[in-house]
Design a protein around this ligand. Sequence first.
Ligand SMILES: Cc1cc2nc3c(=O)[nH]c(=O)nc-3n(C[C@H](O)[C@H](O)[C@H](O)COP(=O)(O)O)c2cc1C
Ligand code: SF4
Length: 481
Amino acid sequence: MLDEPRILDRHPVERLDDYVASGGGDGFRTALDAGPEATLAQVEASGLRGRGGAGFPTGTKWRSVLRYASPDLSTTVVVNAAEGEPGSFKDRMLLRTNPYRVLEGALIAAYALGTDEVVVATKATFGPENARLRTAIAEIDAAGWAEELGIDLVEGPSLYLYGEETGLLEVLEGRQPFPRIAPPWRRGIDDEGEATALAGGVEMATADGETEEPPVLVNNVETFANVPAILAKGADWFRERGTTASPGTALVTVSGHSARAAVAEIELGTPLNEVLHRVGGGAAEGAIIGVMPGVSVPIIPASLLDVPLSYEALAEVGSGFGAGALWVLDETTDPVAVAAGVSQFLAVESCGQCTPCKQDGEAVAVALGRLLRADERSGDQALNAARDHLATVADGARCSLASQHEQVVGSLLALFPDEVEAYRVGARAARAPELIAPIVDLQGEEVVLDDNQATKQPDWTHGSEDSGAAPADRINQRSDA
Ligand SMILES: Cc1cc2nc3c(=O)[nH]c(=O)nc-3n(C[C@H](O)[C@H](O)[C@H](O)COP(=O)(O)O)c2cc1C
Ligand code: SF4
């Protein structure tokens, strides 16, 4: 969508030599000439914000990680390439198109933070991306870019929580992706793999180096892809695009009930409507009735489709940019079936370390499933149960999956009262929830969804029956035995 894309090359870059011929490596060289502090200052000045979902300022994160560095053990730089947000395919598109840009960004971070270890965390199922990364890492090693450090590729499980940064660190230590209490800049990777960091009271990195615990820097694939050009061309150049609070460009994935599915690079601040039409061709049928930014932030209603795609403007309308996953609802979409599908996805993916997230989450999914099959007698009960359990699902939650459940499902029910009412009074034909699942491929103008999601049980098995045990209990019991 941009005349001059900054991070998503028009054609796949097949070899490191081709990348270098088009300016690849300039950012890393500029960083080495400038020194670690000037490199970090340039990233801070750029105002780059993390593209993994929360939009956290990247320079501020790098500065914190540096402050908590261990006196003895190296910090690790982790590329979060676990992309599992329903409706998102942009990280895999970047890796398929040009893995060198992402790796160069991670090398610049490693240099700025004085680290000797980079880990790229993908999923075992990401075949084409893993193949491209393996080749790119070998080429970068052979070219001597990574002389002082090691770049590892870790291929993790197909679980949504593996993308959550502390769940990801648990996987790097050989366990399941159960989110931790301690954030990555306070608790990194224990190479011995002995102490689980799930509980409170574990030793953490400190700003004054009192412990030897090292922190970890975790950034998203797309975040790292922005870094080389920031170094090569400067923070002022980076800020020539986008808005003051959301500088630069960003990738979006348009899918759901759009005319076509696509990934594109847009200038931050472009009106949502323009992006939906130019990238996704508008609605599949009729008009767009809403947009779901993945399953992480509330729905954007049709009345707000002219909102600029920036972190600040989307927050102002009560939603968010998330990971740029724009899942379109058209006039044929049943928002109650979408709510039930989102609830089903999040209830299944919840790990169960926090009882309300798993139990109330499952109860919401069951109640919405019942609402979709309700007659005039059972509708009230199903809707009340869904609302009651939504009110408590996020109580005491350790990570944000639970509040995502509350907000995304809550916003769908609130924005489409007529559809909810029709099911409540039994005036709609019974139907199944809409499948809400991660994208496994983008073929032409269509996405392929992970249909394994449809048979996944809340205990994370694929058997015909759920054991009733939360993954955190089932898996811990097994490892205790
Ligand atoms: C349930 C859940 C799933 C997540 N999945 C991903 C993911 O697949 N990829 C990703 O980069 N970030 C994901 N995140 C966000 C990460 O925890 C983290 O904020 C991000 O990797 C930080 O990188 P950034 O600062 O560059 O955005 C997820 C968060 C949650 C709560
Ligand atoms: S909020 Fe949910 S997904 Fe997150 S740690 Fe607690 S139980 Fe697990």
